[in-house]
Write a protein that binds this ligand. Structure first.
Ligand code: FE2
Ligand code: FE2
Length: 348
């Protein structure tokens, strides 16, 4: 492996003999200098994921206009930019992991963006009741982007003491948001102070979540002046690894290669769920086409790519014959080509 560092940014990463060239905006730091030393993560029996909401925003034109007004993707600061409130929706999923002994653990991945919309979506899927009953073990936040984190109050309304797992890269505004804050210029408001335990998973490390499940924090610079996204890997017995992502700002190739080169789970990539940040704004770039084509080599058996996986990207995957899990295309989601709002996918 050879790694070349320039300033804060790693320009090339050779992982497992494959050289990946990445620009400073899309690459991740190498996680572990002992890539040959594979990490055992145990096994689980089954993972079931229900999409509470995958609609990040309603109108891409409105989002892009707001973004450009704020200085563009690299210059805009999400916490001070002026976002059109009626355009906000958000990403949130309910994960249920069944252990080899049959014990089930439920947790939420992200909280969406628009608090009132998220409240409706949580109610529609019965998650409000699960939160009140203490059935949801914890809330796992992938990254602090507006469409994944600003809907926090909708979750806290039903359980202000819920345990929250965040990446260590969370910045001061995000931390203050947990404690209750109003960012009037940008719009997010959390009127409910979180009173439970906050656990920071170190970016750049593998952290065990439960038997058969780990979180990995990718130290990646992201648009809107955010840094770091954490993603999940589940090792489903007799099936293989299931990869679950919020936005996959580390990119799908880095995400998948990381599993093959760092996790001791039989080397089989079985399932994929979540946002892949490919064509999120309605155009499919050359580099993104390349990622989609590379995905074919991993041998996924179930692909449930939604959220910031643009429709053009999903359509390209369908053309290539990838095993896409279809949804209902209802409750706000725009196509049945992917697992959308209220749809579930079972891995294992
Ligand atoms: Fe997103
Ligand atoms: Fe994101």
């Amino acid at each position: 492996m050879q790694t070349v560092w320039q300033g804060n940014f790693c320009k090339t990463v050779a992982i497992g003999g494959t050289l990946i060239s990445l620009d400073s905006a899309s690459m991740a730091r190498p996680m572990d200098s002992r890539l040959h030393d594979l990490r055992a993560i145990g096994e689980c029996k089954r993972v079931t994921i229900t999409c509470i909401s995958e609609v990040g925003w309603w109108d891409t034109h409105v989002l892009l206009a707001d973004l450009m007004k704020a200085g563009g993707p690299r210059e805009a600061d999400q916490w001070t930019s002026d976002w059109s409130p009626s355009n906000a929706a958000g990403s949130c999923s309910l994960v249920e992991v069944e252990s080899l002994t049959g014990a089930k653990t439920k947790f939420l991945v992200d909280t969406g963006w628009n608090v009132n919309y998220m409240d409706e979506r949580l109610k529609a899927e019965g998650v409000d009741r699960m939160l009140k009953n203490g059935e949801i073990a914890f809330l796992y936040i992938t990254h602090e982007h507006l469409d994944h984190f600003w809907g926090l109050e909708a979750v806290l309304r039903y359980n202000p003491e819920i345990k929250i797992i965040i990446p260590s890269s969370f910045q001061p505004p995000a931390m203050s948001y947990l404690g209750g804050a109003d960012f009037a210029a940008a719009g997010p408001k959390n009127a409910i102070r979180h009173k439970g335990e906050i656990i920071k998973f170190q970016v750049g490390e593998i952290t065990e979540l439960m038997e058969g499940a780990v979180s990995v924090g990718f130290d990646v610079p992201i648009i809107l002046k955010i840094r770091g996204e954490q993603s999940l890997y589940f090792n489903v017995k007799d099936a293989g690894l299931v990869l679950v992502t919020g936005c996959c700002h580390q990119n799908i190739v880095t995400f998948a290669d990381y599993a093959l080169n760092n996790l001791n789970a039989g080397g089989k990539l079985y399932g994929l769920y979540g946002g892949l940040h490919i064509a999120p704004f309605g155009t499919l770039e050359e580099e993104e086409r390349g990622w989609i084509e590379k995905m074919g080599a991993y041998g996924f058996e179930k692909i449930a790519a939604n959220h910031c996986t643009g429709l053009l990207a999903v359509q390209r995957m369908a053309e290539l014959g990838y095993p896409l899990v279809k949804g209902t295309g209802s409750r706000g989601s725009q196509s049945d080509l992917y697992v959308g709002n209220g749809d579930s996918v079972v891995f294992g």
